[in-house]
Ligand binder design. Structure first.
Ligand code: R5P
Length: 293
């Protein structure tokens, strides 16, 4: 059985179709003081997959605590969490003495609730796999970059493909993965982050005048990384700028600021529900769920 939440209903239906399994929704209620109440189907089969992305993570972590423990009480013996977007991954070390290493703590917490955690393009910068921070549970980190690569390549004639631009060194992996089967070529910028909303992006010395470019990244949150990359690209005289991200968090007026920065289209996967979704991750998730079974 796939257990999902109403605000992720399109992906839930697509995933249940791919898995060819029963789909049930968790009923949620928020009390006036902010507490959350959940209601699951009263009887569960032995194998249950819970679909919950961790955008707006704080409430959802509590939902997973309640849902995971309750699912076991209701009969689930083997519990998989399919979390297309895993939050708290960027704080992967104590950058200042005394800071909580949120990645280790949050992933460890999920591993204590679920037997398996499957996610897409988590921010694994300083560790090689989820298992390193999830003792006792099985982790699978998938990538949706090839799906974005295929989408991007389908938007241009094969003899005039755009140039992929990774806005920072970490984006090199998505540039490469998107280019693997499509022949898309790319370059990677250098990013300096001074604060949550204060970043600068420097392009490498390479003539890109007149090129169509697509900025590709794992996640866009404030959108500032992309805005700065777009500004640098405009200065170099590119012909067009489009954006492709796996996780379209896009808080506040991020999309408007991207458009003002000269971005033409924003494309994303449905790992996070957003108006820019053009590519579904349902088959990718379903295959991973079946592979681990
Ligand atoms: C960081 O390493 C990520 O890959 C993204 O570049 C970053 O999280 C984007 O954040 P924002 O949209 O707030 O600049």
């Amino acid at each position: 059985m796939l257990l999902a939440f109403a605000d992720e209903s399109p992906l839930a239906h697509a995933l249940a179709r791919e898995m060819d399994c029963e789909l049930a929704f968790v009923e949620t209620h928020r009390f006036p003081d902010g507490e959350i109440k959940l209601r699951l189907p009263p009887t569960l089969p032995p194998r249950v997959v819970v679909l919950r992305g961790l955008q707006q993570p704080n409430d959802r972590l509590v939902q997973l605590l309640l849902a995971g423990r309750t699912a076991r009480e209701l009969g689930a013996r083997h519990l998989t969490l399919a979390s297309p977007y895993l939050a708290y991954m960027r704080q992967d070390m104590a950058f200042q003495p005394g800071e909580a290493v949120s990645q280790r703590i949050v992933v460890g917490f999920l591993g204590s609730l679920f037997d398996r955690v499957i996610t897409i393009d988590p921010h694994l910068h300083r560790i090689a796999s989820l298992d390193e921070v999830m003792p006792g549970a099985q982790g699978a980190a998938l990538t949706a970059a090839p799906l974005l690569g295929a989408w991007i390549a389908s938007q241009w004639p094969a003899d005039s493909l755009p140039l992929l631009v990774g806005p920072d060194e970490e984006a090199d992996q998505w540039v490469r993965a998107a280019g693997e089967r499509t022949g898309l070529k790319g370059l990677v910028c250098r990013k300096t982050r001074r604060g949550d909303r204060d970043v600068t992006v420097e392009l490498p010395a390479q003539d890109i005048t007149g090129r169509d470019v697509v900025i590709i990244d794992d996640v866009a949150s404030t959108g500032n990384t992309i805005v700065q990359a777009a500004a640098a690209l405009r200065e170099r005289g590119v012909a067009s700028i489009d954006v492709a991200v796996v996780h379209a968090l896009f808080g506040g007026d991020a999309i408007e600021r991207l458009m003002q920065a000269g971005v033409r289209h924003v494309w994303s996967t449905d790992a996070v529900p957003h108006s820019s979704n053009v590519v579904t991750v349902a088959p990718l998730l379903a295959r991973a769920i079946a592979d681990c079974d």
